[in-house]
Design a protein around this ligand. Structure first.
Ligand code: PHB
Length: 393
């Protein structure tokens, strides 16, 4: 083994997804140097389909911090969603209920905007690193890795941030960790298809055969999902079978019609709720999916990650910029408050709309009772709208 090439930075960020890149961007604005290390190639991340809804404050963060205003020009402002059950759609008008809206803007575009912004500002972002290892997080953290040219490197930092996603290696370094899990007996079958929009806004549908979601991407490409068994092999499903399943779940007594098209991508998405506490151990802090995962119902994952790093940037600015290391102590409790609200919201949306294999007739009727109560009540709809558009910081 050759001697690794060594360097220093103030904050070493493990993970170059939206959380890691946004943090690096915010630290740059605060005059704090960072290095971002990402296992995957940039192109690989840009071509992995993820969720697409941004809360109001996520949009503000992207625009106001100068990342890009492409979300406002290329994204789609959505004033609400539809809940569909019993063969009818019910509009939840976020704008009228709360004055807030959300934006349909895929996570892959958020990632591209952030990676471009870091490039533009001369940020140090290394994609395609391997053999990454984090050491000495209680003292002087060091991140060892092999760079994309095969050269061994070591970076010593004052702080390490684990923004390394749901398969985080950083989270395992938290010595006194406690993990909270909830597994669900189903997953989502996701497709991209070439078709015009069937609906101007998202439709979250509950049916006797289970949940379905109609989302959009562009005028000519749409994103849709339906609840499936976690062991489903997407390649075993023909286009005809997929459309029949979606049509059955969206069928109704109104004039809604689901427009079909060629399926250009299909995959099965994992589905679970997870939180690890605390989100800090010594000089290591966790952000985004490394610390918590939500099921995709309610689209909280990316928004929660951005909310984490907004707080984390503040805390690091206090600790490193203003020499107040006690600020680090506040991070975990500050972000976990929102994390648990989002866990509850995602769990609630999930259980209200999905069907379990062991659902009894009672469970089915009760679920319809809950949905009917919700859409008949301004208080109920406002509760949903507040959660979906995002609680204020
Ligand atoms: C998506 O468009 O991919 C999407 C939207 C809303 C969700 C989940 C996924 O709750």
């Amino acid at each position: 083994m050759s001697v690794p090439s060594t360097s220093t930075t103030r904050v070493a960020i493990v993970g170059g997804g939206p959380a890691g890149l946004m943090l690096s961007h915010l630290l740059h604005i605060a005059g704090i140097e960072s290095v971002v290390l990402e296992r995957r190639a940039r192109r690989d991340i840009e071509t992995t389909h993820r969720a697409g809804i941004l809360e109001r404050d996520s949009v503000r963060l992207l625009v106001d911090s100068g990342v890009s205003d492409r979300v406002l020009t290329d994204g789609d402002r959505h004033g609400g969603i539809y809940l569909r059950f019993g063969g009818e759609s019910h509009h939840i008008d976020f704008d009228a209920l709360t004055g807030a809206t959300v934006w349909l803007y895929p996570q892959t575009d958020v990632f591209t905007d952030l990676a471009d912004a870091r490039d533009r500002d001369g940020g140090d972002v290394r994609f395609g690193v391997s053999d990454l290892e984090v050491r000495d997080v209680l003292d002087t953290p060091t991140v060892a890795f092999t760079d994309s040219d095969g050269v061994a490197q070591e970076i010593t930092a004052e702080i390490v941030v684990g923004a390394d996603g749901s398969r985080s290696i950083c989270r395992d370094l938290v010595a006194d960790r406690r993990q909270y899990f909830r597994e669900y007996p189903f997953a989502w079958f996701g497709i991209l298809c070439e078709a015009p929009k069937s609906s101007p806004e998202l439709i979250y549908a509950r049916s006797d055969r289970g949940f379905a979601l109609i989302s959009q991407r562009t005028e000519s490409v749409q994103r849709m999902y339906f609840q499936c068994d976690p062991t489903t092999d997407p390649s075993a499903w023909s286009d005809a079978q997929i459309w029949e399943e979606l049509q059955t779940r969206l069928a109704g007594r109104d004039d809604f019609s689901l427009v079909e098209g060629t399926v250009i991508d299909k995959s099965v998405l994992p589905f679970r709720s997870f939180v690890q506490t605390p989100m800090r151990h010594g000089q290591l802090l966790l952000a985004g999916d490394a610390g918590h995962t939500v099921p995709p119902t309610g689209a909280k994952g990316l928004n929660l990650a951005l909310a984490d790093v907004r707080v984390l940037a503040e805390v690091l600015e206090q600790a490193l910029g203003k020499n107040d290391p006690d600020a680090l102590d506040t991070y975990s409790d500050r972000v976990l408050d929102r994390v648990w609200r989002a866990q509850n919201f995602s769990y609630w949306m999930t259980t209200m709309l999905h069907r379990s294999a062991d659902s009894s007739d009672f469970d089915e009727r009760r679920q319809l009772g809950e949905l009917a109560t919700l859409v008949a009540s301004d208080a109920g709809k406002t509760y949903l709208a507040e959660g979906y558009t995002g609680w204020p910081a």
